[in-house]
Design a protein around this ligand. Structure first.
Ligand code: NAD
Ligand code: AKB
Length: 312
């Protein structure tokens, strides 16, 4: 078996921490190099190598790839939807240039595999709201969504033209308890747990009836690993796979939380994130991922809420 050396870029973020720990379990601690612009997350400390690095510095990134004998890159550094709307040029610049840097180096150094996540944010107001299919009208209205859609086509281009084995998932909003979320529109579904425990109440920045596609982090990590471990001949989508876990509204998650904290209450004060949420589908059809590499989620809303409270 070929020995893999994996570089995770953006390892101190919401997904990065859990993905790095999962990859270290599979490939051995020393073979998974965590890297980020910010300091090493506490949960990563002592579990394996860490490199402080700006993914925008292509020379430094290239040097690290050579020095560390890297064979696979997981690129997680990005600016998410809500933060992106505050600084569109910065979001475009980071989200695009980081990907192009990684794809170029993958080509030059003949890396075995690259992972880069897309998002349900590629879809826009003209996409189907319910059961949104893999291939449909895609006209994103946020800079984050535009960058993800363009990124998907760069992945496809590097695969078609240079044979890079780059794989991608369109994650829904991810819910987790280990590391904090990084500035997305779906972050309310994490904040709500923390304030429910601390204050027994939550003021939601989305309307009560705002349904969005969501997923519990253990499912997202497993989906990522299953996609990356799948035989290349089964991967028919080289832009990015639709991926579905669950779909709920703030009112529904609040009702589920009330089962655990009976005097919990929620109020609503929609802000600039409401139009972002309104532009996205409410549920996703991921038939192609299920057919190609056998995807199936474990967690529905009730089990996710139960598990969050067990762990928080
Ligand atoms: P996050 O913001 O929590 O983490 C991103 C990490 O990248 C941070 O630790 C940040 O310090 C780091 N970073 C930023 N700029 C960098 C730079 N120049 N060089 C090196 N590192 C840098 O984000 P996340 O939620 O973990 O998301 C990871 C990826 O998954 C992103 O591409 C995001 O678009 C995608 N995604 C996330 C979700 C979600 O709900 N979390 C949903 C869909 C897609
Ligand atoms: C966000 O809300 O920006 C992210 C995403 C769905 O991509 N969670």
């Amino acid at each position: 078996m070929v020995k893999e050396r994996i570089l995770v870029i953006g390892a101190s973020g919401q997904i990065g921490v859990e993905l790095t720990l999962a990859l270290r379990k599979m490939y051995g601690n020393a073979n998974v190099i965590a890297s980020d612009l910010r300091e090493e997350n506490d949960l990563l400390k002592g579990t394996g190598p860490y490199v402080s690095m700006d993914v925008m510095n292509k020379k430094m990134l290239h040097l690290q790839v050579i020095r560390q004998g890297v064979t696979q890159i997981y690129l997680l550094a990005a600016i998410l939807s809500a933060t992106g709307e505050k600084n569109p040029h910065l979001a475009w610049s980071l989200n695009m240039q980081s990907l192009l840097n990684v794809l170029d180096i993958a080509k030059e150094e003949h890396l075995h595999k690259v992972y880069w996540p897309s998002s349900i944010a590629v879809f826009g107001p003209t996409s189907p709201k319910q059961d949104c299919p893999q291939q449909t009208i895609i006209e994103p209205t946020t800079v984050y969504g535009i960058s993800k859609y363009a990124g998907e086509f760069w992945c496809n281009y590097y695969h078609q033209r240079y044979g890079i084995d780059v794989r991608s998932l369109r994650y829904p909003g991810l819910i987790s308890y280990k590391s904090a979320p990084g500035g997305g529109t779906t972050d309310y579904a994490i904040e709500i747990f923390h304030t429910a425990l601390e204050e027994k109440k939550y003021e939601c920045f989305l309307r009560e009836d705002t349904y969005l596609p969501m997923m519990y982090m253990p499912d997202a990590i497993r989906a990522t690993i299953e996609l990356m471990e799948a035989d290349a001949s089964n991967i028919t989508v080289r832009t990015s796979y639709n991926l579905s876990g669950m779909s709920f509204s703030p009112k529904e998650i609040a009702a589920e939380i009330k089962k655990h904290i009976p005097d919990f209450s929620i109020s609503y004060k929609p802000d600039y994130r409401q139009p972002i949420a309104d532009s996205w589908p409410q549920s996703i059809n991921d038939m192609v991922a299920r057919k190609d590499w056998g995807w199936k989620e474990d967690f529905a809303l009730d089990r996710m809420v139960e598990d969050m409270f067990k762990n928080l």
